[in-house]
Design a protein around this ligand. Sequence first.
Ligand SMILES: [Ca+2]
Ligand SMILES: [Ca+2]
Length: 472
Amino acid sequence: MPASAFVAPCSGVVDVDATANPTGNISSLSAYSAVRNCSWVITAPAGKYIKLEVLSLNLFPRELGYEVCYSESLAVWDGNSTASYMLFKNCGTEEVPVQVSTGNTVLMTYSAMMQVQQGGFTLQYTVVDAPGNTTDRFCGGLENIPTNPDDENGTIINYVRGSLYRPNARCEYVISAPAGKYIKITWDYFGLQDPDNFGFCRDYIIVRDGNSSGRELQRSCGFYTPLPATSTVSTIHVLFVSDNLIQSYGFLAHWEVVDRPGGVSDCSGNRTIFQTPTYGEITDGSNGFGYVNNAYCSWLITAPTGLAVQITYTRVALEAPASNNVCRDYVQVTDGKSKHAKLCGNVTQAMLTSSSFISSTSTVLIEFASDANNAAPGFSLTYAFVPRSTNEPEYSSNVELVVAVVLLSFFGIVLLCCVFVWYKRRAAAKAIEHIDLNRGQDLRKRTISAEGRAPPVPANTDDIETTGPQPI
Ligand SMILES: [Ca+2]
Ligand SMILES: [Ca+2]
């Protein structure tokens, strides 16, 4: 830059006339020790834009735990107020990419707390003819986005590469489609502060049908990229809010005008019963445009006698499970009394195939439920009644095996019991025989001692009991 270039002072709020000075330097160094907060509003001629290049940056670094430039920072907005998009906010010795405004004004702020003093910064501005891109910026304030036949898609962005979004931010987008059309939002990148231990979103996105008081289509935080959201009226409302602590990287999304509305399925506690049709399709009812929140539906399918129910999943695109793998929204099948695992998230074709099955009973219950936040395209499956005998080889062979094991075990136990009883009887007989012999010898000894001669040996045990001597 030429030595004679304009240098803006750091002194309160400074208006920089970029018409008179199409290029210049802005620095914290001129009054660094005295002034801790200053701002500059740079205004270029109408139809021109402002290129910003940070030549040097040596500010107090980000403090551990704050994640933001807290003690000392340089911030730039793409407009003349902090409600505009923030182009960057940096500190330390971070490298800052060259930025170009999308209008003819920018706002810069420098702030430092009293106890810090680093080397400061120098930034060069230059008036240029071409605007900057709109793919690297933080959101700000309310943005109304009307559409017309030539403008059927666009972006909404709260993202600056390498930076965290602003604390205490509130950004709103109101995107209006032509009458009879709808707006679909697709999230290309999503990284907000994770929910707290109670599942409460500290920073969040809410997508609503219509205006700011419309039906909530989606509420998201954390790092799970939400599935697309489509309005059921011509206008969609997107709100981003961040609190004062812990920031993250933000979001990138694109919107488009579509011909079909979002999820309008009436899935509120009803149970459908299928018994006679031999084939059918079961879905969440939104035709792939997104089911409603707080939904619950069930379908009870009972096959005629001798038939089983074949379930074939064709699509499962529900909200992703929580970090502990618990499904937030799910589809679950119960075969008789046996519950299959819940399916949720975006299920791959391979998983859909492996989850499909033929029932082992004649009754299958299908349940679909969604929680209060974040709808997704939905699910679909088909059912058909199929002959049970020819389609359950694995089940049949298992049953036969179980029956055989049970019967063999039964006969084995009976055999063991018989052997045991026989052995006990034989042992008891031997014991009686032994007692008999002992009693006989004892009786003969007592008789000899009393009468001087031995009595005859009794013929059996009855003789001992009835004819034996009385106690002496
Ligand atoms: Ca936060
Ligand atoms: Ca959900």
